[in-house]
Design a protein around this ligand. Structure first.
Ligand code: TEU
Ligand code: CA
Length: 569
């Protein structure tokens, strides 16, 4: 008997970075027709919803997260008719479309901001956060942006400072202004009327700033503008204004959020968000100085964080599960092994994460093992955040070489290289002879869709449908298993008691209606691990390594070995 739950809890979401997915008009830039062209591939992966990064009109200072018109498609991606065709074609394949709403800030080229600068007393004068200089001159407070620059910029024309928690070209909208909140809800309804099924909401937990905008005392951001005092009421009002509000999903991107706040924002009783994108598992390799002061990652830490959040978002909350995105390095390079054990580590991490309780969000390219780009110098970096961090580190006194070393591993460019469809010159992302907006990773000759598409069962394994060099085939088998096994969609999550520090991550998924239980086990390391004395085995449902009979139980787990067992009742 399967539990009925909302579509977005049953879903597997595919996160597309449109500018790097598929170019169809030979300009070296991904476009909407490219996504339409690849919908069969997306459907065959077992995906039932796509989240597209922003495709609205934008000067592209922050790759589209600086929007100059929320109701227009940027000509680089196509037009409104292409978006309507994409929604129709996706729907025909049982795929829902989620858009990325960037509502904390607009582009400084948005007509609202242009009017706000020119007419402080006009209807848009209060659409942004303007302040006079501090009494002694200079910015109104000591806030710094997420992009390693001060959070205030001076407008000579208006004679005031304006707040931007990101780039100066991304002025923060003033959510205190009820007209701003009305305009934003109307934009969401404009897209809901065109058939989208929901939104990923960019940095939505920084929309409320503490009254008076007090300076940070010890560099803290929480309460000042991270999870400020009115985030929840603003979200509740926003949702109450949405058409089709009962059938859509709102996924909030919430950097720095705490478990308690995550529960509050997503509690169904609060009618605000349905899920949040958390960050604790993608900051584990941040040293004391944060993202640009990297430190090695411990698998046991990854297990602890993930287990803690599964507990924090136990029912009635509902986790989202992601391993990488356009802001993060590639998961197989960061947590796995992009060299010797690329297949094994990519599939072990996918098993250990996407079979947890929650909605899997797969970032384009992770399903074929795409890895970090071989950056050799700062001139290759396109990303504004990474470039700003480099310049800030040099200003702080590091040599250019030291500063590059600090930003190279975490550069956001790693997750933004063009999708690798084939071994051809530009990986099939754009035609040969065309220069893509960012170079294709040279490893596309070995790691691409085309040479992983054949999924016949491997002779030496009892695991159905897994061709042991194709990460793509394994992902397809993994999501097919999730679709078949009700425990993986709606069952409980119970970590299997393992000694602290073990690199083996194991958990049970138990049906809430029958006594059936599945056991998921993954060795998140490149060394063999003892088989944990958990429970006698049952039926092998999936494994990323060839298994013959009970072999695994005597010899233990090989490096990056992952498997799923249906436990005998
Ligand atoms: O990112 C929000 C965010 O937290 C970023 O600061 C990101 O996590 C950063 O890399 C952390 O060091 C969203 C978008 O995903 C990102 O692409 C945008 O640049 C940002 O908001 C501003 O819109
Ligand atoms: Ca194009």
């Amino acid at each position: 008997m399967s539990i009925t739950q909302p579509w977005w809890k049953e879903a597997v979401i595919y996160h597309i970075y449109p500018r790097s997915f598929q170019d169809t008009n030979r300009d070296g830039f991904g476009d909407l027709q490219g996504i339409i062209k690849r919908l069969d591939y997306i459907r065959d992966l077992g995906v039932t919803a796509i989240w597209m990064g922003p495709v609205f009109s934008s000067p592209q200072v922050d790759n589209g997260y600086d929007i100059s018109n929320y109701r227009e498609i940027d000509p680089r991606f196509g037009g409104l008719e292409d978006m309507e065709e994409l929604i129709r074609e996706a729907d025909a394949r049982g795929i829902r479309v989620l858009l990325d709403l960037v509502f904390n800030h607009s582009s400084d080229q948005h007509r609202w901001f242009q009017a706000s600068v020119k007419e402080p007393e006009g209807p848009y004068g209060d659409y942004y956060i303007w302040r006079d200089p501090a009494p002694g001159g200079g910015p109104p407070n000591n806030w710094r942006s997420f992009f390693s620059v001060p959070a205030w910029s001076w407008s000579e024309e208006r004679g005031q400072y304006y707040l931007h928690l990101f780039a100066p070209q991304q002025p923060d909208l003033n959510w205190e202004n009820p007209r701003v909140r009305e305009e934003l809800a109307e934009i969401a309804n404009f897209w809901l009327r065109r058939g989208v099924s929901g939104f990923r909401m960019d940095v939505i937990n920084v929309i409320s700033k503490k009254q008076g905008l007090p300076s940070s005392v010890a560099g803290e951001r929480e309460g000042l503008y991270i999870d400020g005092p009115r985030v929840l009421p603003y979200l509740q009002e926003f949702r109450s204004r949405l058409e089709r509000r009962e059938e859509i999903v709102l996924v909030g991107e919430t950097p720095g959020i705490s478990p308690e706040t995550a529960r509050r924002y997503t509690d169904p009783k609060n009618k605000a968000l349905d899920m949040v994108l958390i960050f604790d598992h993608v900051t584990l390799d941040h040293g004391p100085g944060g993202r640009w002061d990297p430190k090695p990652l411990e698998p046991a830490e990854l297990k602890r964080v993930v287990t803690d959040w599964q507990g924090a978002l136990a029912p009635p909350a509902w986790p989202s599960i992601y391993l990488s995105n356009h802001d993060q390095p590639r998961v197989v390079s960061r947590y796995g092994d992009a060299g010797r054990y690329r297949f094994e580590s990519a599939t072990a991490l996918a098993t250990a994460f996407y079979l947890q309780r929650g909605t899997p969000i797969v970032y384009q390219g992770d399903e074929i093992g795409m890895a970090n780009y071989p950056l050799e110098e700062i001139s290759q970096v396109v990303d504004i955040e990474t470039g700003n961090a480099y310049r800030w580190l040099v200003e702080e006194g590091l040599s250019p070489h030291q500063a590059f070393e600090r930003v190279a591993a975490g550069a956001r460019d790693h997750g933004r290289t063009p999708m690798q469809w084939s071994a051809a010159e530009n990986g099939g992302f754009t035609e040969e002879g065309i220069s893509p907006w960012f170079p294709v990773n040279p490893d596309h000759r070995d790691w691409n869709v085309e040479n992983q598409e054949t999924c016949e069962p491997h002779a030496s394994t009892t695991t159905p449908g897994v061709n042991h060099r194709s990460i793509l085939c394994y992902f397809r088998a993994l999501f097919a298993l999730r679709r078949r096994e009700e425990q993986l969609r709606s069952g409980s999550f119970e970590v299997a008691g393992l000694e602290e520090g073990s690199a083996v991550f194991a958990f049970y998924r138990k049906s809430t209606s029958t006594r059936e239980a599945l056991l998921v086990v993954a060795n998140l390391s490149d060394s063999p691990q003892r088989w944990p004395p958990i429970l006698p085995p049952g039926e092998l449902l999936l494994s990323n390594r060839a298994i013959v009979g009970e072999a695994v139980l005597e010899t233990g787990l090989e490096p990056w070995h992952a498997l799923v067992l249906r436990l005998a009742q």
